[in-house]
Design a protein around this ligand. Sequence first.
Ligand code: SIN
Length: 275
Amino acid sequence: MEIELLSGALGAEIKGVDLKDTSSENIEKIKNLLFEHKVIFFRNQDINQKEQVNLSKCLGPLETHAYVKGLSKFPEIVRIIKDPFEQNAWGEGWHSDVSYNKEPTMFVVLKSVEIPPIGGDTMFSNMELAYETLDKKLKIKIEGKKAIHDSRGSEFFTEDYNSMKSNGNFDLYRNEHPIIRTNPDSGKKALYVNTMYTREIVGLDRKESDSILNELYKHQERLDLTCRFKWTKNAVAIWDNRSVIHYAIADFYPKRGLGHKRVMDRIAIRGEQPF
Ligand code: SIN
């Protein structure tokens, strides 16, 4: 096995591991790599959808997306299709997946199906490192505080998308989570807010809440906390959604001067209530 670090902050590309192998030794190895590097990448993994589901099930119980219809044969797979004339960009903005849920996703297994010839990279930022490097005064201000996360409604995920279809659920989800959460697997504290879904800090007036959240957002997006992955076909990323935020760069659309397609298959593994 070879491990190539993507940056000084997080992320590793792993060579010599076969994702079709769901033996307990291989799954243990993958989990250990995941906890160490927060996000791990594997190229040239010609796994089919059933094999992606099997691999994901070995990491924990699967969840279906709150709003997006999964594939008919594999409802746990959300096919993220960005076609050349798409006006919206799924995942463009820093976020932790479904942080608006009471028990947000633990891990994500994302496989590339069709990749644009240029662009479409994904960036990740290490929220354990974000917590460690946070200004002391700011740490004191957020100690013990919770923030409200909001799902923005079904239309945010499906309306005006050419190919992303609603599953018919129009409920709105709003949940409070600690701003500093502990990842039980790494034992480390992580900063748990994101620009996409976090709305306000509980118990503060709007002005103070906005001011603190803006400082936290600025900090968590610092480039020295991040890594960037350039996709190739049949690559798989697995991330610990409790300790990273990510950003899908949509620089391949007509409105940005290009017009390419990007297709990914996403499976989410159920998480615990943040504490
Ligand atoms: C996501 O934001 O959930 C997907 C990331 C990607 O498509 O790169």
